[in-house]
Every structure is written in structure tokens, then in C-alpha cells.
Unconditional design. Structure first.
Length: 237
């Protein structure tokens, strides 16, 4: 049985960041969902991860009972994969990290490094950060998107995350990765994450591109996700 694909978008963006890939898979008869997480930091008090889990569980509950689920997470959403896999109803057929942060091996995952948190504190106003696409020089941001129209609609979904989002830790339940896990790399600066995934014994593949390559070449990304999912299914007992 083909899995249902649950796309978990970066908390800095919105569901449209995954929409082109989900559309490609749906056109092939796949079941897909992209739960919106844009309001999980309202109210601003952490922890925020239980609200992420609740949103994903609501989406999964719409699938036929017993249908295997593949969790596909992009960017900082990777930190939430362990609590999602632990909480949603089985069976979770696999977890795929796409140009994503990896959770800690045990214990809890800090939302960011101390060095980056220090920088983010200098950017916050009234406890909230500016929208993500304003963090970087214009030329760097422009090349992440295939065209101005796509940039406009995707950027419009961006929330202003509270600084407290980056001050949280996300639990890592034991046994969450007792299922196939993999990493799909686009490019730097996530090479070190892909290397760590290899060290964990996970499948690692690459579709070369920038951090939002799922918007630039959704066909190639959808194909690679499908191939990785099929390989896991072929190895299932």
C-alpha cells in the first residue's frame, strides 16, 4: 500500500511552500496533506511543539484508518518529527527530512544554537522576529524562488515568530526512529546534516538546489521523495 504523505512545512513559512510537490503527488493518485502551522505561536507562550503535533494529528485523522503515513519535513520542521511520529496514530511508514534540521539523538532538541539565538535577540522587536525573507540580502532571497509571483504568495504566508519559539526545546521520544528514516539534501549549509544522517545509518540522497528547491523544481523533488518511499516499502517485511 502506498503511504499517505504528510508534509510539514518550516515554521518560518507556510503550507504553500510544500504545495507544488503535494500537487504533483496528488496528480499521481497519492494521498497528501499539508497541515497549516502558521498560527501555532499564537498565543506566544511556549511550549509550541504540542500545537504542532495537534495540527498534524488533525490532518492524519482525515486519512483512512490503517493507511501508512510518511512524514516529510522541511527546514526547522525537522525538529518536530520525533514528537509527531510518536504521537500520530500508526502506522508511520517512514520519516523524511528535506534540507532539514535534525533532532538530537536523545533527550531534547534546542530550537537553535546559542550563537544564533544571540543574533536573533538583536533582531526582535516587541518579542517577535521579522519575517524570514527579510533576514537575508535581496539577491540571496530572490534566487530561492522560481519567479516573483511564487515569491509573493509564499512570502505572504510567513508569520512573525516570537523569539520564545527559538528559546524552546523539543522532546525526542525514545524509539521514534524505529522505522525507516532518510534525508533529502538540496545543498549547503545542510551538508553537515546530511552527513550526520549517514552516520545514523539513514538513506541520504540529493537533488541539488537552494533551500526552497521544492518550489523551483517540484517535479524532481516529488520524484525523489516517491523513489525513497518506494524503496522503504520494498524493504518492508
Amino acid at each position: 500500500m502506498a503511504p499517505a504523505f504528510v508534509f510539514v512545512h518550516s515554521l518560518l513559512l507556510g503550507p504553500l511552500s510544500w504545495a507544488p510537490v503535494a500537487t504533483r503527488l496528488a496528480s499521481l493518485g497519492m494521498v497528501t496533506a499539508i497541515p497549516s502551522l502558521v498560527d501555532v505561536t499564537i498565543p506566544e507562550e511556549p511550549p509550541f511543539w504540542p500545537r504542532v503535533v495537534s495540527k498534524v494529528k488533525d490532518a492524519v485523522d482525515q486519512f483512512p484508518h490503517g493507511e501508512p503515513i510518511l512524514i516529510v519535513a522541511h527546514s526547522n520542521a525537522g525538529l518536530f518529527v520525533p514528537v509527531i511520529a510518536h504521537a500520530v496514530r500508526p502506522p508511520v511508514a517512514g520519516c523524511l527530512f528535506v534540507d532539514a534540521s535534525l533532532p538530537a539523538r536523545t533527550g531534547a532538541s534546542p530550537a537553535t544554537t546559542p550563537e544564533r539565538l544571540h543574533k536573533l535577540r538583536t533582531m526582535a522587536t516587541e518579542g517577535r522576529l521579522p519575517r524570514w525573507t527579510t533576514w537575508w540580502p535581496e539577491d540571496e532571497v530572490a534566487r530561492l524562488f522560481p519567479d516573483p509571483q511564487t515569491r509573493s504568495v509564499v512570502a505572504a504566508e510567513q508569520p512573525r515568530l516570537p523569539l520564545s519559539y527559538y528559546e524552546q526545546e523539543v522532546p525526542v521520544p525514545a524509539g521514534w526512529d524505529d522505522r525507516p528514516c532518510g534525508y533529502l539534501l538540496f545543498g549547503p549549509p545542510y551538508h553537515h546534516m546530511a552527513q550526520e544522517a549517514r552516520e545514523r545509518g539513514w538513506d541520504v540522497e540529493q537533488v541539488p538546489g537552494e533551500h526552497l528547491h521544492q518550489l523551483v523544481d517540484p517535479d524532481a523533488v516529488a520524484e525523489r521523495i516517491t523513489v525513497m518511499a518506494r524503496s522503504w516499502a520494498d524493504r518492508a517485511p
